[in-house]
Design a protein around this ligand. Structure first.
Ligand code: ASP
Length: 348
């Protein structure tokens, strides 16, 4: 199933109930002389935009507005930000849940945070829609109003449960979204096919003490130092998304990089290989470096985006899975983040 690139017309809903959570980002920023920075206390301005939506569409609506305890430039999002926003969203659902939740967020990490929220909130039966802006609210040419209205329209159109990004003219499934332009009002792209499984697989229950280990992302490049990769694999011992070239290749430098991966998987650190390309999927059976990575214990990440792969790795790590379980579930399509079955062997 692919989502339409434009948002369908709003359905007839009697009273649309929407929770709006403001977490920061350019949407509400001001420049106080030292560059754009986050601003708190924008409830009245957001309320005015919500009222405009009601007047323009004739859809009666009931809004609840809240500001997150940390209103930030989303470049400062830490590994726990998405999990805390998801927990806030969940805690607000209560006994009379809204028709949907809008999270106003900075664009820089919206796809990372959105993807993590998609995993955290995968059991929530209503749409969660993140939105933001390239130009602050009130500035000439601002896209803040249009994006907030798009998010509202998306919820009124009842897209079904799931976490989405509403931006420019499109609604993107969070596990497929990536920021691909830093000025254009259509700054996000949906990468790959969004094909969620008809019945989401049941994951093992969380166990352990819930302490998250650090997970990280490492991009390969010509001339990369294998010591740098080795250091990344030691620091991010909870797991590393290895963003390789093309079908899943990287410089082998003899085999120093591969040996660093082998040592990491031997220590129980999952290494998930994805591609730097915007289309196609990793096929670790195709080239010698890919086969060497497989032999060293790496997991093929198929066509997952870097944001979804990192979010999934962190989410699964938080469940306290064993290394074997981690390998299995990283290679399983949970929410539509993975459309091809990644190659786990090279017998072709
Ligand atoms: N640096 C800003 C942020 O991510 C950019 C934006 O919102 O567009 O918070």
């Amino acid at each position: 199933m692919s989502l339409p690139t434009t948002v369908p017309a709003a359905q007839q809903v009697s009273t649309l109930r929407v929770d709006v959570l403001y977490t920061g980002g350019t949407f509400g920023m001001v420049d106080r002389g030292d560059g754009l920075g986050p601003r708190t206390g924008i409830g009245t301005e957001i309320e005015a935009l919500l009222d405009e939506f009601v007047r323009e569409t004739g859809i009666a609506a009931d809004f609840r507005y809240a500001e997150f305890d940390q209103v930030i430039d989303s470049a400062n999002a830490d590994p726990d930000t998405a999990r805390r926003i998801a927990a806030h969203v969940r805690s607000g659902l209560g006994t009379t849940p809204p028709d949907g939740v809008i999270v106003v967020h900075g664009t820089d990490t919206m796809a990372y945070v959105g993807a993590r929220m998609a995993f955290e909130l995968r059991d929530v039966p209503m749409p969660i829609v993140l939105t933001g802006a390239q130009v602050p609210l009130g500035d000439p040419g601002s896209d803040a109003r249009g994006n907030l209205h798009l998010a509202l329209n998306s919820i009124a159109a009842q897209p079904g449960p799931g976490t989405f990004l509403a931006f420019g003219a499109s609604l993107h499934p969070a596990v497929r979204a990536s920021k691909r332009h830093c000025e254009d009002p259509d700054g996000f792209s949906t990468l790959g096919d969004f094909t969620p499984p008809p019945t989401p697989p049941a994951l093992p229950a969380a166990r352990g003490n819930g302490t998250a280990s650090p997970v990280g992302l490492f991009t390969v490049f010509p001339g990369m130092d294998s010591d740098l990769l080795d250091a990344a694999l030691r620091i991010y011992h909870g797991g590393v998304v290895l963003e390789c070239y093309g079908a899943g290749t990287m410089p082998m430098f003899g085999s120093t990089t591969i040996e660093a991966v082998r040592r990491a998987t031997g220590r129980g650190t999952p290494v998930v290989v994805i591609t730097q390309c915007d289309g196609g999927a990793v096929d670790l059976g195709l080239y010698q470096p890919g086969r060497a990575l497989l032999d060293a214990g790496a997991i093929g990440g198929g066509d997952m985006t870097r944001e979804a792969a990192l979010a999934k790795l962190a989410y699964l790590d938080g469940l306290g899975l064993s290394h074997t379980e981690m390998c299995r579930w990283m290679a399983t399509n949970l929410l539509g983040e993975l459309s091809n079955s990644p190659s786990t062997s090279w017998s072709r």
